[in-house]
Design a protein around this ligand. Sequence first.
Ligand code: ZN
Ligand code: ZN
Ligand code: ZN
Ligand code: ZN
Length: 265
Amino acid sequence: MLEVRILLTTCNSYVLGMAYGPRVPEYLLKEMECPVCRDYMVPPILMCKNGHNVCSKCRGRIRLCPTCRDNFIVTRNVALENIVRQQEFPCGNKERGCTALFSIENIAEHNDVCGYAKTKCPLRLINCCSWEGHKNNFKEHVQEVHGEYIVYNPTFHCQVLSRNVMFVSHFGELFTYHKRRKDGIYYCPVQLFGTSSEAAKYECEFKLMAANGKDGISSKFSVSSYSEDFETIFNSGMCLRLDGKTAQKFLVERDLNLTITLSKL
Ligand SMILES: [Zn+2]
Ligand SMILES: [Zn+2]
Ligand SMILES: [Zn+2]
Ligand SMILES: [Zn+2]
């Protein structure tokens, strides 16, 4: 650590032992970013034959080095790992006003919850709202503007067959349920406005019942965080998928007979 700090004092106004204020110069922070996912690299940091770095998460997903297209070797960049472990990193929403600094272990978790992160209202999915703003102000926005879309009971019916969005206010939290179409299939995730680890404390059960009141199906899924994007949820299969043919079996007078129950694990 000592060598690193001394090195930094020579290339910037970095003051040895300073508790806050400018940390690593911008160009050195760039060196700690993964060229694939653009996140700061959490050790182990892996290398290609020519010494380019990549984070371990991305290494598993690519065959060749994204910088030089050469092969990877089974070697870690231990020196860079040590530097990374001793740094404090600025939040990704620095430009929007978040001044917090985090260790490499905690920065990802913070990015999930940072109140300065930009978020969009899910009602944009049904062309009802174009609100976009700081996460901090989102719950207030929903309560003020979308009262008619909120249910307060953890068990609720959802009869809309096409795209739709609802909010559930319960357990002292705010959730959203949406139904969204992709390649002819409806995807129905339930998401918590909170971190992934908070979301992991909940599950949702979907019950579809035919008009005869006897034939039904039920399946349970975990709740995801609203900060997880749709592609991840679609691809992970972590939500109810409903094709047109199945949906037809559970129609009661043209309404979908779907009941959703949210529960705490
Ligand atoms: Zn990466
Ligand atoms: Zn390379
Ligand atoms: Zn932040
Ligand atoms: Zn809205």
